[in-house]
Design a protein around this ligand. Structure first.
Ligand code: MG
Ligand code: MG
Ligand code: MG
Length: 306
């Protein structure tokens, strides 16, 4: 029976490349592993897979009756549907431990590093499996993406070390050039429906019984969305009305290293408390905010009281 390796919903580069890379490692260890993803490739992941010569993994959204390895998440809301009818056999992640539980002991490997790719680099090494050149390329790309070329506060020395080693294996001499190529690809917003932009890199969370969503657009320049703000806000209000207490859209300027935070909420005081800001328009600038995982979600979770 095949084992499906899958990243989170609204797959990002790390979720897709980690599924491919970990499936490769498991295959080398004799497991019939298949990389899948829960939605269409985003523009950055498309560019990365093309560059290193990979086809897009199959889309799989229903976990019922399947053996699963989860990468880059451990939250039920981000996992395949019908998770209670699936068997989770492993989790490899770099986020806070989520709300998934299992009935059997499993291999669970999570580290507080910038990217699942960094954890996987170590798993290849521990298992003494050589990383194929093109696999090293996509793992490198994932780390550069998740750490925003080491600018994100989630970045650790382990990430930089992994990148140096992976770049050598992949034959990439200019990491920064690769990162810029990716950032340009992910900044493509022209002509994309507002809803697709909001859900391009999006996660739902349970905050003390409230459904709270947070999307992020990482842009080389936030003026790229200047003309779209009103339409984005209108669409965000729709997303909020679909059973959520609060929805945030992080318009992150990679170069200015901060986020214009778009807020739609039943009670914006949670957001104000979390980031020590005043929400008196559709967006509020939060200087230095780059990471949803480290800077956006934890303070808000705390403001909601769990
Ligand atoms: Mg991810
Ligand atoms: Mg990740
Ligand atoms: Mg990200």
């Amino acid at each position: 029976m095949s084992v499906y390796v899958v990243g989170h919903k609204s797959p990002d580069t790390d979720s897709v490349t980690s599924a491919i890379a970990y499936a490769e490692l498991k295959k080398a260890m004799g497991v019939d592993a298949v990389a899948v993803m829960q939605g269409e490739l985003n523009p950055e992941a498309t560019m990365v897979l093309e560059k290193f010569g990979f086809a897009a993994p199959e889309i799989m959204t229903d976990g019922a009756g399947k053996k699963l390895i989860l990468v880059d998440h451990s939250d039920i809301a981000q996992a395949p549907d019908n998770l209670d009818k699936a068997e989770i056999i492993e989790i490899v992640d770099h986020h806070k431990i989520g709300d998934i539980t299992t009935s059997n002991p499993i291999f669970f490997c999570a580290q507080p590093v910038g990217c699942t790719g960094t954890v996987l680099k170590q798993l290849f090494d521990i298992n003494d499996v050589a990383i194929p050149k093109n696999i090293a390329g996509i793992m490198l790309a994932a780390i550069l993406s998740d750490t925003v070329l080491f600018k994100s506060p989630t970045t650790t020395d382990a990430d930089k070390k992994a990148c140096d080693a992976l770049a050598k294996i992949a034959g990439v001499d200019d990491m920064e050039a690769l990162a810029m190529e990716m950032f340009k690809a992910k900044s493509a917003v022209e002509g994309v429906p507002m809803r697709d932009l909001i859900f391009r890199d999006y996660k739902d969370f349970d905050m003390n019984g409230n459904k709270v969503g947070c999307g992020q657009l990482e842009l080389v320049d936030i003026s790229l969305v200047a003309d779209m703000r009103d339409d984005l806000y209108k669409e965000l209000q729709k997303v909020k009305s679909e059973g959520r207490h609060t929805v945030l859209l992080m318009l992150t300027d990679i170069m200015k290293e901060g986020t214009d935070l778009m807020v739609v909420s039943d009670d914006p005081s949670y957001v104000e408390k979390a980031y020590n800001v005043k929400v008196d328009g559709p967006t509020v600038w939060v200087d230095g905010m780059m990471s949803r995982k480290k800077q956006t979600v934890p303070p808000l979770q705390k403001a909601f009281g769990g």
